[in-house]
Design a protein around this ligand. Structure first.
Ligand code: OVM
Length: 408
């Protein structure tokens, strides 16, 4: 992009000369988040010709004003008014009312609190089975990788089971997730590397969105039942199954991985959790705030809109830095501290407003059950090596997390 194609910069908007998607920024984003909040309520990032906001008040405002800050032009850096989407648009994520409303109604019914009551027992049994096996390994003195052996295996078992997918080939879900969350960012090296595998993985995903591949009664089949009932069209059904397969795994994998990382770094918090495993839900919620798995989403302005007194022009991309809002000192006391006694209500890790995470009851269930099953069996968890990062343009992700679990 050359300078003369960049949107004009309204007078007075502070300029932040940084690449939010550079490797070193993604590896440790928090200094950049502080700079963004300090720069002002909104800043201009010349590298991409975008606005960005990292203060809680403005992130909240942007996410809760879906008429001025639309999603149908994409929730990544790419502006679908100017370039075609890299895959057919999501019918829920990349849509505005009234289209969004129809899709949302179906998915939120399938992922309702009532559903959670029905799946809770199975999800609990799976967490117990996994941690019984890890207990046996720990008693043999084995160290484990918290990412591979906890954060990946558990969501890859319970969620696709609930959707109704066959057991084979589920590793494709992680590759696909890595790609689409990279695709919300710029066309950098990270996206190029993720996109190398795009064709076979996309083919696998789309094949598994077909009704014949989905167990009758599962979440996927329930979407087809909504199509049978005329709530959505038959053509829309596989696209909504695609949303489950896009958003339902890599998010919870990293939410759980980041929670383990928080607990491994904070032995006193872990000790509290071990003493009282009923804190599992709160401990997971606080890790969502502190180490938000989904760090950012974009919106696009539908018209000129005033944000904190600055006129943002129409058709501009606005980066809402959820993870920066979640550490805003204007909102939280001791924001960089992992405090499982805090009730972090109002954090932005699951979004806010009409696009707020539709799977949040299932995501929270998985997080709670994993942390509770862990806390019940182990007195301590210890880092036994340097964790590695899996860099992604949108996700805060660990590649490995070497742990020793010490039985109670
Ligand atoms: C979708 C979708 C994909 C990625 C993320 C997401 C966090 C939704 O395809 O609908 O929400």
């Amino acid at each position: 992009m050359t300078t003369d194609t960049l949107p004009t910069l309204p007078a007075g908007v502070p300029v932040l000369d940084i690449d939010p998607f550079a490797d070193e920024v993604l590896r440790d984003p928090y200094a950049y988040h502080a700079r963004l909040r300090e720069a002002g309520p909104v800043a201009w990032i010349p590298k991409y010709g975008i606005y960005a906001t990292g203060r809680h008040e403005q992130v909240r405002q942007v996410l809760n004003d879906h008429e001025n800050y639309i999603s149908s032009a994409g929730v990544g850096l790419a502006n679908f008014n100017k370039e075609p989407p890299f895959r057919p648009k999501s019918l829920i994520l990349e849509a505005d009312p009234p289209n969004h409303t129809r899709a949302r109604t179906v998915l939120s019914r399938i992922l309702s609190p009532r559903t959670v009551n029905q799946i809770r027992e199975t999800f609990t049994q799976e967490a117990d089975a996994l941690f019984d096996q890890l207990l046996a390994a720990s008693e043999r003195g084995e160290a484990i990788d918290g990412i591979k052996q906890i954060a990946e295996v558990y969501p890859l078992k319970v969620f696709p089971d609930a959707v109704g997918l066959e057991p084979q080939g589920r590793e494709n879900l992680l590759v696909y997730g890595d790609m689409i969350f990279n695709a919300f960012g710029p066309r950098n090296e990270l996206l190029a590397r993720a996109a190398e595998k795009v064709q076979p993985v996309t083919a696998w995903i789309m094949a598994h969105c077909q009704r014949a591949m989905l167990r009758p009664g599962g979440f996927g089949d329930q979407i087809y039942q909504a199509a049978d009932a005329g709530e959505i069209s038959q053509e829309e059904a596989p696209m909504l199954v695609r949303s489950f397969l896009s958003a339902g795994v890599d998010t919870t994998v990293n939410g759980i991985g980041n929670a383990l990382w928080c607990l491994a770094q904070n032995p006193e918090a872990y000790a509290r959790l071990h003493a009282d495993p009923s804190l599992a839900r709160q401990a997971f919620e606080e890790s969502l705030r502190l180490e938000s798995a989904v760090q950012t989403f974009f919106r696009t302005t539908a018209r000129t809109v005033a944000l904190a007194g600055f006129d943002i022009p129409a058709d501009a991309k606005v980066l809402a830095v959820l993870a920066a809002a979640n550490r805003d000192e204007r909102q939280w006391s001791r924001p960089d501290r992992y405090d499982i006694d805090r009730r972090p209500t109002g954090h932005m890790a699951l979004g806010s407003g009409i696009h707020g995470c539709v799977g949040q009851v299932v995501a929270r269930l998985e997080g709670e059950l994993v942390l509770a099953a862990l806390a019940k069996r182990f007195a301590r968890i210890e880092l036994v090596g340097e964790p590695t990062r899996r860099l992604n343009n949108t996700l805060r992700a660990l590649g490995t997390l070497p742990l020793r679990l010490i039985p109670a």
